[in-house]
Design a binder for this molecule. Structure first.
Ligand code: XBP
Ligand code: MG
Length: 249
């Protein structure tokens, strides 16, 4: 068994709650701009989140909910253009307002860096979205960012985690992953990674078989997490001691 060397983070839902008030709003903006009457409500978006990747999600929606849509000859190009507009707007939104990192994220990133652990990102989202979400100082903490279409098969396939492990030149048992969703967990477990799940409103009801720990946030001193499954060993927030124990178990 290797010593813990790196932490690998998912982005959407894990580093920040970006889906409901970020991505969803940006998709709707792009639809309106393109003259489409499509409106992804909070509830509908929860269903669509079962499909990872924005382009894949739009295609799934057209096939499932818009049987009468007169698709252009090149549907792939149409979706790609729509998605480009969505990304542009999402990045603009973040630049204008920003979405805060979830409880404990900033602290854990700092503590892990100080403890000499390496940090990486494995996400389905478009690379520009990651840069827009994280400030320069936070971005600089990550030595590897695996994002978007860099791998052909998105989560729940393990490919993006395998890509990051390859870049880090580390075996899976020297790393610990952080995810927020069942599809994300499937992806990290598929790559052989022990995984802590931090649920959010969209993923709270999902099942997380195989997770090392399921909590409602990473927690902070004075703002304890609630453990939903797994053994937090008396800890109230995810710190280096807990990370090292879960990385070893
Ligand atoms: C979550 C996703 C993404 C975002 C939208 O990614 O599935 O598709 O919802 O991003 P993760 P794009 O949890 O792996 O960070 O529109 O850029 O695909
Ligand atoms: Mg996620």
């Amino acid at each position: 068994m290797s010593e813990l060397r790196a932490l690998i983070f998912d982005v959407d839902g894990t580093l920040a709650d970006t889906e409901r008030d970020g991505h969803r709003v940006a998709f709707n903006h792009a639809f309106r701009e393109a003259g489409l009457d499509w409106d992804w409500t909070v509830e509908l978006y929860g269903e669509l989140l079962t499909v990872t990747g924005g382009k894949e999600r739009i295609r799934y929606y057209i096939e499932r909910d818009r049987p009468d849509f007169e698709a252009p000859a090149d549907l792939g190009e149409f979706i790609a253009d729509l998605h480009k507009a969505k990304t542009r707007y999402y990045v603009e939104m973040l630049a204008a307002g920003g979405i805060p990192l979830r409880t404990g994220v900033k602290r854990l990133l700092t503590e892990a860096t100080q403890a000499g652990l390496r940090l990486a990102i494995a996400t389905t989202t478009t690379p520009e979205n990651v840069t827009a979400l994280l400030g320069e100082a936070e971005l600089a903490l990550f030595e590897c960012i695996g994002a978007g279409d860099i791998v052909p098969a998105k989560k729940p396939a393990p490919d993006i985690y395998l890509y990051v492990l390859e870049k880090l030149q580390l075996p899976a048992d020297a790393c610990l992953a952080f995810e927020d969703s069942a599809q994300g967990l499937k992806s990290s477990l598929g790559a052989g990674l022990k995984t802590i799940v931090t649920v959010n409103d969209y993923t709270r009801q999902q099942d997380f078989p195989g997770a090392a720990l399921v909590v409602d946030s990473l927690g902070d001193p004075g703002t304890p997490f609630q453990a939903l499954s797994g053994d937090p060993g008396g800890q109230e927030y995810v710190d280096m001691a807990l990370v090292r124990r879960l990385g070893r178990d």
